[in-house]
Ligand binder design. Structure first.
Ligand SMILES: [Zn+2]
Length: 439
């Protein structure tokens, strides 16, 4: 590999660890990454990037599962108290916490894209001496929020890569776009950035994740496979309340509509084309024993091995929900609060990455393909780039983990930080100098 990239990445180790620990201290769930994004914007500007953020990179109509205005305001205030830059935060109104930075070498070449997610989980971090972040004083300071999936590491790796690229700028070609995405958890954020057009000119796109089923630093999977397409639905049935003894016929029963829907949703046909899933995860209804229930709420998700299979389940689900409302003469409101597509990585790009990975010191096991681990809204970036003639893949960087993803005792081996930067720096160098634009 390029010795300068290796040296730059190795030299960043302490900075990366400190950065990841700072982010770990101040976790922010989806659409509330005000402090995190403000720090990202600042750092990228200092490095000389052209930085776009807020409504420039987030299409409001395509945002899914945005917290209530009260929750946004609370988190925004907290971010400012924890050191976020007020001028930057002011441009992220309504939760538009996405950031995209461009490094333009001025020389002809391809446009590369890298996506890093920044959000935390709704998890209360373990507070016991065996949990390293707590023992070493960098556990979450934000109640109910924790970086329990490694997105703090992703953000740190993204900023480390940004620094390395500046260090070798004179040897790069084309343009490099670094995308920092909010709200990956619940698959809510990617669509809004893709619809804002942030990757429409990208020829080669990479997304990364640490850990998943790769539990050793040094393992690199260059093409994550098996993305399940999914849709998350919040459903509200609204009927008319009435006295259950005195005048039941005057009521319109929202509970019965929801119950009818729940049973029939689970009766949606299997599909010969591949795996599908449906789950009615919650059903809350009614207000009292002697009242015809006028309100029912459900949280539902559909999944499919491909986007088409998920669409099949989702479309049937809509018909059943509407049909159940019609039967019981109630209103139904269906809100899509999250979604991810299926899709396949571009095999030839994954193979190129595998060749590059084998030249990086510290990388000990290289797989061209491996399981991506469920649903990921990176699939929106992948699909858009591929639709427009580009190539995209999803990289998994192995790390030891202290407990499973989304667990209160989750922690990583921080050696993955400099190794990730080293690998992605080399990928940027090799792709930018050897590959042509795809269009
Ligand atoms: Zn994750």
């Amino acid at each position: 590999m390029h010795p300068k990239i290796a040296n730059l990445a190795d030299g960043l180790k302490e900075t990366l660890v400190a950065l990841r620990r700072d982010l770990h201290c101040y976790p922010e769930p989806g659409w509330t990454e005000f402090r995190t994004a403000s720090l990202v914007v600042k750092k990228l500007k200092e490095l000389g990037y052209e930085v776009h953020y807020g409504s420039e990179v987030i299409k409001e109509e395509a945002m899914m599962g945005v917290p209530t205005p009260e929750e946004l305001a609370r988190r925004q205030k907290q971010a400012l108290e924890q050191g976020a830059d007020p001028e930057i935060v002011a441009r992220m109104e309504g939760g538009k916490t996405g950031v995209m930075a461009i490094l333009d070498t001025g020389r002809p070449g391809p446009t590369l894209g890298f996506r890093f997610d920044m959000d935390a989980n709704d998890v209360e971090e373990a507070r016991d001496p065996d949990h390293r972040p707590f023992a070493q004083g960098f556990a979450s300071k934000n109640p109910g929020a924790m970086h329990a999936c490694g997105h703090d590491a992703h953000t740190a790796i993204g900023l480390g890569l940004a620094e390395v690229l500046v260090g070798i700028k004179d040897e790069l070609k084309g343009r490099i776009k670094l995308v920092f995405q909010p709200a990956e958890e619940g698959v809510r954020g990617a669509r809004a950035m893709v619809e804002a057009g942030v990757v429409d000119d990208v020829d080669y796109m990479l997304g990364i994740h640490v850990g998943i089923s790769n539990r050793r630093v040094g393992q690199v999977v260059c093409g994550g496979q098996g993305f399940l397409a999914t849709t998350k639905l919040d459903v509200t049935f609204t009927g008319v309340p009435a006295h259950a003894g005195g005048e039941p016929e005057a009521g319109h029963n929202a509970l019965l509509a929801a119950a009818t829907a729940a049973l029939n949703l689970h009766a949606i046909s299997r599909h010969s084309g591949g795996a599908t899933r449906i789950n009615v995860g919650t059903l809350v209804a009614g207000s009292g024993r002697n009242v015809i229930p006028s309100r029912a709420e459900m949280k539902i998700e559909t999944r499919g091995a491909t986007t088409e299979l998920n669409d099949f389940v989702r479309e049937r689900a809509y018909k059943i929900l509407q049909g159940a409302a019609l039967m019981h003469e109630v209103e139904v409101e269906i809100k899509e609060t999250g979604a991810a597509l299926g899709g396949e990585v571009s095999a030839s790009l994954a193979q190129k990455l595998a060749d590059i990975a084998k030249t990086v010191p510290g990388v000990t096991e290289v797989a061209e393909f491996g399981p991506a681990g469920g649903s990921e809204d990176y699939s929106y970036f992948m699909a858009r780039v591929q639709e427009l003639g580009g190539q995209a893949t999803y990289v998994i960087l192995g790390t030891e983990i202290a407990a499973g993803h989304h667990n209160a005792r989750f922690d990583i081996n921080e050696d993955v930080l400099p190794l990730g930067v080293k690998f992605l720096g080399e990928v940027a160098y090799r792709l930018s100098t050897t590959l042509p634009p795809t269009r």
